[in-house]
Ligand binder design. Structure first.
Ligand SMILES: [Zn+2]
Length: 75
């Protein structure tokens, strides 16, 4: 089921967390990433809000989607 996610791994991206992810945290750093660049972290249910807050606190654009939904851009 998670084979298509080989590039980013198949566990939650939070350090030390080995839970199965349920969400994609799509983000970019506007200072170094172009508008068409999308960085992706995977998040379990528990850490979804942690990633969202982490990026929002840095004023980085972030879009959280279900694991099987990809986005082309993070406005
Ligand atoms: Zn996690």
């Amino acid at each position: 089921m998670l084979g298509e996610l080989d590039a980013v791994g198949d566990v939650c991206s939070r350090a030390g967390c080995t839970a199965e992810p349920a969400w994609r945290v799509n983000w970019r750093n506007p200072r170094i990433h172009g508008i068409d660049r999308v960085k992706v972290w995977l998040a379990c249910d528990e850490h979804r809000d942690w990633f969202d807050a982490y990026l929002t606190n840095r004023a980085f654009p972030v879009v959280v989607t279900p694991l099987d939904v990809t986005v082309e851009r993070v406005p």
